[in-house]
Design a protein around this ligand. Sequence first.
Ligand code: COA
Length: 247
Amino acid sequence: MDNIILTNLDNGVFTITLNRLDKKNALTSAMYLSLTEHFSYASESDDVRCLVIQGNENCFCAGNDLADFLNAKSDEELPAFQFIQRLASFDKPIIAVVAGAAVGIGTTLLLHSDIVVAAENAKFALPFSKLGLCPEAASSYLLPQMVGHAKAFELLVLGGTFDAQQALSLNLINQITSPGALLDTAQQYAKKIARLPSDAVMTSRALIKQSTQLAVSNAMAKEADEFGRLMQTQDCKNILQQFLSKS
Ligand code: COA
C-alpha cells in the first residue's frame, strides 16, 4: 500500500496523487479508505484551502479495481461508497487533473470537482451498463443536469469513450492543456484559489451547491442499492471475469 497514494501540502494546496500506474490507477478498497481519510484530513485542517487530485501526465484513474468488484460480498458496505459520500460532502474546492484514462469513478468524481483540467490525451468513459452495473456518485442526477437527458443516456448507458474536446464542449471540464503542462496548470489554479479569502471561497462554493445537495444524496442512496444488487448478478460477474481473465 506504501506509495500507492501520495500526498503533499504546500501553501494551502493539498495534493493527492494516485500512484498505482501499473494498473492505470484502478482504485482498490484500501485506496478508497485511504482517500476517504485524506479528504477528511483536508476538510478538518485549517492549513488546507484547496485539494488537488491527480495521477500523472498519462493516466488519471481506470475506475474501480474490477477484481475488488468481483470479490465484494453482498452484505458489505463498499469502501467506494464511503469515499463517494466523503467526496460529495467535502467542503473545500477540489481540482481534478485528468490525463489518459478517466473511467467510471475517474469521470464521475469530476462531477463533484470545482475545476477540472484535462490533457489532450484524456479519454473519459462511463461503461457502467457494459459491465452490468448502473451509475454511481450521483452521476444519474448530476450528468443529466449538466448535459441533458439524451446525452446523459448516451454517456451513462451506451458508455462510449469521449475525448477532452468533447468533454470541454459538454462543460465537464474547464481547460485542455498539453500533457506536459497539465500538472503545473492545475497547481496554478490551486494557488490562485488558496490565495483567496478562505471563508468567502467556501461560502460561495456551498451556495453554488446548495440547491442540488438533497437530490445528490437521494441519488447516491438509490444508486448504491441498485449497484450493490447488480454486482451480484451473473451478467456482471461474467463480464468482470472476462476482463480479468485477459490480464
Ligand atoms: N481494474 C483492475 N485492473 C485494471 C483496471 C481496473 N479497473 N483497469 C486497468 N487494469 C489493469 C489491466 O488489467 C492491466 O493489468 P496487467 O498489466 O496485469 O494485464 C493494466 O491495468 C493495464 O491496463 P491495460 O488494459 O493493458 O491498459 P490500456 O491502456 O490498454 O487500457 C483502460 C486502459 C483503462 C482503457 C483499460 O484498462 C480498461 O478498460 N480498464 C477497465 C476500466 C473499467 O471498466 N473500470 C471500471 C469502471 S466502473
